[in-house]
Every structure is written in structure tokens, then in C-alpha cells.
Design a protein around this ligand. Sequence first.
Ligand code: CAA
Length: 248
Amino acid sequence: MNERIAIVTGGIGGLGTEICKSLARGGRKVIAADLAARSERIDEFRREVAEFGAAIAFEPLDVADRDACADLAQRVAAQHGAVSILVNSAGITRDTSLRKMDGAQWDDVIRINLGGIFNMCRVLVDGMTAQGFGRIVNISSVNGQTGQFGQTNYSAAKAGVHGFTMALAREVARKGVTANSISPGYCDTPMVRAVPDEIRQQIVASIPVGRLGEPREIARTVAFLADDDAGYITGANIPVNGGYFVSF
Ligand code: CAA
């Protein structure tokens, strides 16, 4: 397998860690980009991925900061070479009903969950089209497809992620670059564990598969879309939700 360079935003997060491992297992050099402020988690992450040695590196990044995204792209290109795979997995929740939501809760979710994807694609897409190869995988959400009580901000951002993905897919298709999104359902991550117990139990009870998803089940789908052989899948959204939302 070609040693392609991959950047995973939110790389030390609930889904991001498994995504990094899965790409590294496939022979990729992986840069896990995430907030430097999460210092305790960085140490834990380093222990979790120790077996991969230099195949997984950490770089500090706030995806909402455009200049930081441009700096990261330059640093990675200088140290490792051209980036071929971008997985946009950075995301936050600020759940509350609209009538209580303040401007900051709206802005933060849109800037990070949707703006972060623009920022990273913007600084990496030219390098991918110049190589004639690229794989962009954006993590959306089932709640972008269905809406969720208390998530007008998050559902809007995640629906936007797929709109962005479809449009970008058309722009880069002739250059060997694919852009797809994955819409995970409720997975066993700190984000989902933060949902109030009673509400989470009701949600789990309504998942046909009868359990939360495992982060590695999302990571497996990322690896599939990031593969060299996945060049004919573009502009697609892959639901991985245990049957929680089934659509044509
Ligand atoms: N469904 C129906 N009614 C609900 C409700 C729900 N989920 N949540 C609250 N209500 C009711 C309340 O009981 C309250 O009723 P009363 O006025 O009769 O007392 C009314 O709606 C108003 O509620 P609030 O305005 O007080 O709502 P809130 O601001 O406290 O927010 C909430 C409630 C904590 C956001 C809650 O709705 C909730 O946890 N919703 C689910 C959020 C969720 O699933 N987040 C997913 C996070 S994980 C993730 O996002 C990953 C992924 O991609 C899947």
C-alpha cells in the first residue's frame, strides 16, 4: 500500500482516535490534528496509539482558525509531503432548545462543525488536485438528516456538511479527488455519553440494532472511502446508524 499522508481533524476525539488507527493500519502516515488545550487527552491518546510508532503524529489545531489551518497544511507538506487524505472529524455539541440558545452556542457549532470543514478543504484541495489524487471524508451525522430536539445548531451544521460535500465532489471529480460524507448514528463516544441518561436510554431503545455504534465501525467506513480503490464513490453520504434512520 502506498504510504499516503492523511490528516484527521478532531484526531484525538471519540471517533477521531479510531479513525487514525484504522488509517495507520492501512499503511498511511496519519497526522491527528486537534486542540492543544486538550492536554490530558493528548497524553492518553499518545498511549493509545503508541503501538503505531511514528505512523501517527499529533499536531495542534483549532479548525475554526483559518490561519492555523493554513499553517498546519504548510507544516505537514514541509515535514511529510503532499496530503492525500483529509478526514474532517472535528465537531462539538452545544445542545439546547432554540428558545434558550444564545448566539455563541449557534456560532461555535457552525464555525467549528461546518466552517472547520471549509477551512481545511480550502487549504488542502489544491494540493490534492495537483497530485491527481485525493480522498476527503467529512463526518456529518444522522441528526443532520433527521433533526434532533435541542440541536438546531448541530443539525443545521451537519446537514450543511453534506451539502458542502456534494458541491465539492462535483468540482474536483475530474482531478482524481473524491469527497464523501459519513452520517454516524449514536456511537459510544464522550459526546453521546454527555446526553442526559434518560434521553440517551430512549434513543438507544429506538435503534433497531439495539445498541450504540462503536467508533471502530465509523473508522472502518472512513478507511473504505479513503481507499485508493474507492475512486468511483463521490458526493455520497454513507449512513452508519444501526438502522436508526433508514432512507432510500
Ligand atoms: N424530546 C421531546 N421533548 C423534550 C426533549 C426531547 N428530546 N427534550 C426536552 N423535551 C421537553 C422538555 O421536557 C420540556 O418540556 P416542558 O416544557 O413540558 O417541561 C420542553 O421539551 C422544553 O425543553 P427545554 O427547552 O428545557 O429543553 P432544553 O434546552 O433543556 O434542552 C435537551 C433539552 C437537553 C437538549 C434535550 O432535548 C436533549 O438532550 N436532546 C437530545 C440531544 C441529543 O440527542 N444530542 C445528541 C448529542 S450526540 C451527537 O450529536 C452525535 C451525533 O451526531 C448523533
